[in-house]
Design a protein around this ligand. Structure first.
Ligand code: RP5
Length: 164
């Protein structure tokens, strides 16, 4: 997939966010969606962030997943500088259990939406990106339906095991 044009940009404020963000890329890879990964910081590289967000659509990206911790301004700032859908992932740090990151990302002003997933919810961020792309792509939508059927089977199995 490395040679394919990335469709999803997975960005994070620091390389220290990677362990939290990696499940997003795993979900994208599971569905065969090409992605790129970058460290882009709202505070440490503000000009690079604006450049990334400004060029994302014309470079062929269709969705951006942005993770950050603490004063997590990256997802909102990126959303303000691109017309693409942005999914925000609150990264939990040492203090405040990630509530600071969540609050920084989720309360966007009307006009600039960020689809915020749960604290450390990177897997769902990846799956949500797949669903956004799948809305107009029957082949991808079929894969999502199959994935949901797998989940249902898994739960039914667990239920049956418990009742044995
Ligand atoms: C945020 O500051 C980053 O997203 C990261 O979660 C946090 C700490 O960054 P480092 O000091 O570990 O580089 O902007």
């Amino acid at each position: 997939m490395a040679d394919q044009q990335p469709r999803v940009g997975v960005i994070m404020g620091s390389d220290s966010d990677w362990p939290t963000m990696e499940p997003a890329t795993a979900a994208l890879a599971d569905f065969g969606v090409p992605y790129e990964v970058r460290v882009v910081s709202a505070h440490r590289t503000p000009h690079g962030m604006i450049e990334y967000a400004g060029a994302a659509a014309s470079r062929g990206l269709q969705v951006i997943i942005a993770g950050a911790g603490g004063a997590a301004h990256l997802p909102g700032m990126v959303a303000s500088a691109t017309p693409l859908p942005v999914i925000g992932v609150p990264v939990p740090l040492k203090h405040l259990d990630g509530m600071d990151s969540l609050m920084s990302i989720v309360q966007m002003p009307a006009g600039i939406p960020v689809a915020t997933v749960s604290i450390a919810g990177a897997k769902n961020a990846g799956l949500l990106a797949v669903r956004i792309l799948g809305a107009t792509e029957p082949a991808l939508r079929d894969k999502i339906t199959a994935y949901q059927a797998d989940l249902e089977r898994m739960v039914a199995e667990k239920d049956a095991n418990l009742r044995e």
